[in-house]
Design a protein around this ligand. Structure first.
Ligand code: FAD
Length: 465
């Protein structure tokens, strides 16, 4: 017999969507159960954001060690002990996933290991290796995330790898082909190029990093080229043949066929939502053709006690977007009036230089009918950037012409990922360029670039003409 157990709020998946939803729901007094079929922390903590940033940092350190002669630091025989790099990366992941488990337990969230499958509008079956049990819920938040898309002519093997495989390599490849120049492909390209791999990037469109403005993507391309990366844009990867030592990738580059040999081929051409094996057809949940779940502005699906957040709903597939929606969904279940507002969601590429954007670009703002001003300030005119020996890049602050309201920013430069937060806050708080310009920023700091861009908007910058 299979007697249904009763739970209040059931969260499926423990990535940055699921675990945050569970904690917020518990804070609001809900009795919460979370189910995870894999490791706590989801893609982000285990095989996404965190391990990729650790690998990028390892590459960055190795590269700096080899290339600091220009500031008088000479190091000979710099070597990479990749086992040790991987061990360190693993320890960072472990600290964070352990932290998530501690936080869930501390908030009295019940953790169930297993795979959930909808058996009705208010029930799921949860299966582990041994058994299957039914749980009836009052409310459910689906946060099952996404997985790498597999191209039919590039089935994943030990040599044809996705981002998860690329993060788990046991050696630094001599040569690697990367298919897809989106942010995941470009971040991993940068990490391995810095660790010594000769990388060739195949990108279908005319520009890498299509999510960012051309002049920003160009800075990254220039730096990667300097590190030995080859780019083929308007390139169609057609097939792969495995040899005893590696792979032979066939591609059509601007109409001409090319064969590129490498140790590995990394395919980063996008991600697919994990919504196809959840039994959602059975409960008639409203979905898009791409398998995304349709939700309202409280993340509620077409079934009113079921919510969906993160990579399985429309919008950028980013961890902070999943966590943001998580809080809204948990609060909606508690009857609060929270709704999503995506205007100030930042997007970052952890490349060199880092790229970050929030709110509108000037083109988007113009398309939306705003009369705008784009005010640019270069990192090269900032003392901190120069003393970091890292001054390639710029900030562009987007303000509304009539009143100086801050509505966006694009940053290319060191620590752009942190700097973008100040502009996000300005947008959220409805601040003007004058508000930023009147805020005293510590000297010397990269934050002064934001203040100076605001002064450019006002027409009174000190350190540029
Ligand atoms: P996920 O993190 O995918 O978690 C979903 C969880 O649900 C998984 O643990 C899965 O096992 C579980 N699950 C699925 N189905 C079931 C089921 N039926 N039953 C039980 N459990 C189930 N984003 C950023 O913002 N910044 C970055 O720097 C960044 N870097 C990235 C680098 C890489 C290499 C990759 C691949 C992604 C990166 N991302 C980054 C994207 C980010 O990882 C995702 O947007 C984020 O993890 C989505 O969170 P989520 O909660 O929706 O789903």
């Amino acid at each position: 017999g299979d007697f249904a157990q009763e739970v209040d709020t059931l969260v499926i998946g423990s990535g940055p969507g699921g675990y945050v939803a569970a904690i917020r729901a518990a804070q609001l007094g809900q009795k919460v159960t979370i189910v995870e079929k894999n490791s706590l922390g989801g893609v982000c903590l285990n095989v996404g954001c965190i391990p990729s940033k650790a690998l990028i940092q390892a590459g960055h350190r190795a590269h700096l060690a080899k290339t600091s002669d220009d500031i008088g630091i000479m190091a000979e025989n710099v070597t990479v002990d990749f086992d040790k790099v991987q061990e360190w990366k693993g320890s960072v992941v472990k600290k964070l996933t352990g932290g998530v488990e501690g936080l869930l337990k501390g908030n009295k969230v019940e953790i169930i290991r297993g795979e959930a499958y909808f058996s009705g509008e208010d029930s799921v079956k949860i299966m582990d290796e041994k058994s299957s049990s039914t749980y009836k819920f009052k409310n459910c938040i689906i946060a099952t995330g996404s997985r790498p898309i597999e191209l039919p002519s590039f089935k994943y093997t030990d040599r044809v790898i996705n981002s998860t495989g690329a993060l788990a390599l046991k050696e630094v490849p001599k040569k690697m082909v990367v298919i897809g120049g989106g942010y995941i492909g470009i971040e991993l390209t940068g990490a391995y190029a810095n660790l010594g791999t000769e990388v060739t990037v195949l990108e279908g469109s005319k520009q890498i990093l299509p999510g960012f403005e051309k002049q920003m993507a160009k800075l990254v391309e220039k730096k990667l080229k300097k590190n030995g990366v080859t780019f083929h844009t308007e390139a169609m990867a057609k097939g792969v043949e495995e040899t005893d030592k590696g792979v032979k990738v066939t591609a059509e580059v601007k109409g001409e066929e090319q064969v590129i040999e490498a140790d590995y081929v990394l395919v980063t051409v996008g991600r697919a939502p994990n919504t196809d094996e959840l039994g959602l057809e059975g409960i008639g949940l409203d979905m898009t053709d791409r398998g995304l779940i349709n939700v309202d502005n409280q993340c509620r699906t077409s079934v009113k006690n079921i919510y969906a957040i993160g990579d399985i709903v429309a919008g950028p597939a980013l961890a902070h977007k999943a966590s943001y929606e998580a809080k809204v969904a948990a609060e909606a279940i508690s009857g609060e009036a929270s709704v999503v507002d995506y205007l100030a969601i930042p997007a970052v590429c952890f490349s060199e230089p880092e790229l970050a954007t929030v709110g509108y670009t000037d083109k988007e703002a113009k398309d939306a009918g705003y009369d705008v001003k784009a005010s640019k300030f270069p990192f090269a005119a900032n003392g901190r950037a120069l003393s970091l020996n890292d001054s390639d890049g710029f900030m562009k602050l987007i303000t509304r012409k009539e009143d100086g309201l801050v509505i966006g920013a694009q940053i290319a430069g060191p620590n752009a990922s942190d700097m973008i937060a100040e502009v996000g806050l300005a947008i959220e708080a409805g601040m003007t360029a004058e508000d930023i310009a009147l805020t005293i920023h510590a000297h010397p700091s990269l934050g002064e670039i934001t203040m100076e861009a605001a002064e450019v908007a006002l027409g009174t910058p000190i350190h540029t003409m």
